[in-house]
Design a protein around this ligand. Structure first.
Ligand code: PEP
Ligand code: MN
Length: 342
């Protein structure tokens, strides 16, 4: 259910409607748009008696939302959400006209490794650094990540270069720590339907980068995001990272068609990960070009200074020089689309 406020509705009027909704035992989510504020209502198991809300001052109308997802839907907010990521070197914007580049190794391995990659990425001008301290690996015998000491390395990178840090949380315990050390909480493909983790991320103060599950439908993907928003965290960025298909020439099939499909249904930004999406280094550049051309709001790219020695995902990691070339090309594509690349 959605309460649409008048364009000139005051903050008090919005607050009064929210309070009335809460008094009915429901949850109110005031989502300001450029023109008007809409208030999403969640927590209702059946139809809500809206008469009382519709007669309140400042309200235009109450409309039922028929889709399973509500807060992520364009019905609630017509214009694109621009997620603002505070970093030590100022805010990074993602969505709307802003395209964000996130790059770094699959996993944090050593201080030397991260600093070496970070210094070369810093020279390219990008502002968000990725690297996993907690790695959800298919085999329990594969490198699982450095955990807390990995987060500490990332926070040193953050301090030295001013990067915003994007890193994965795999459970509630690691999420507490990621919240303390990083700037964006990544929820990985394997955890896209870990509903208790999604709810915990929804109570976090940091923006969330939510990756698509490897067999998730578009509705399941959006419903996962809905979990985060429903707890009050509206700063969610989606990320397409490839899905499983019969295609046998790449690790996953990068579903670029999901980008315009998401944009039609949701106001949330969507990034593309061409590294996991293809699994092969030589495919990262062409699919990055395509992702930006199709309307992605950013790219998440695995970069390693010595990919042949990487402890995970070396085969799909590109070297910093290749990333610099990729950046030059996607910058040109974004300018054709009248978008700004940060
Ligand atoms: C990653 O980004 O390193 C990662 C593990 O990705 P995904 O969850 O998409 O497999
Ligand atoms: Mn990886």
């Amino acid at each position: 259910m959605l309460v649409v406020m008048q364009e000139n509705a005051t903050e008090e009027q919005v607050r009064a409607v929210c309070e009335r909704i809460e008094a009915l035992g429901l949850k109110a989510h005031a989502i300001p748009g450029s023109g008007r504020t809409a208030i999403g209502i969640t927590g209702n198991s059946g139809a809500v008696d809206l008469g009382v809300l519709e007669s309140m001052t400042g309200v235009i109308e109450c409309i039922p939302v028929t889709k399973p997802y509500k807060l992520v839907s364009r019905d609630v907010k017509e214009e694109d959400t621009v997620v603002r990521i505070p970093t030590p070197s100022g805010e990074v914007l993602v969505g709307g006209e802003h395209i964000a580049m996130v790059a770094g190794p699959c996993a944090v391995e050593t201080e030397e490794q991260c600093f070496s990659i970070a210094s070369q990425l810093k020279a390219t001008g990008i502002r968000l650094f990725r690297g996993g301290a907690y790695k959800p690996r298919t085999s329990p015998y594969s490198f699982q990540g450095l955990g807390l000491s990995g987060l500490k390395i990332l926070s040193m990178v953050r301090k030295q270069y001013g990067f915003g840090i994007v890193t994965e949380a795999i459970d509630n315990e690691s999420l507490d720590l990621v919240e303390e050390y990083a700037d964006v909480i990544q929820i990985g493909a394997r955890n896209m339907q870990n509903f208790s983790l999604l709810k915990r991320a929804g109570r976090a103060k940091l923006p969330v980068l939510l990756k698509r599950g490897m067999s998730a439908t578009l509705d399941e993907f959006l419903m996962a995001a809905e979990y985060v928003l429903s707890e009050g965290n509206y700063n969610v960025m989606l990320c397409e990272r490839g899905v499983r298909t019969f295609s046998d020439f790449s690790r996953n099939t990068l579903d670029l068609a999901v980008v315009p499909a998401v944009k039609k249904r949701s106001h949330l930004p969507i990034l593309v990960d061409p590294s996991h999406g293809t699994g092969k280094r030589h495919k990262v550049l062409p699919l990055s070009r395509a992702a930006v051309a199709v309307g992605a709001d950013g790219l998440l790219v695995e970069v390693h200074h010595q990919p042949e020695k990487a402890l995970s995902d070396g085969i799909q990691s590109i070297v910093p020089e290749e990333f610099a070339e990729l950046l030059t090309e996607v910058r040109q594509i974004s300018s054709v689309l009248h978008r700004k690349l940060n």
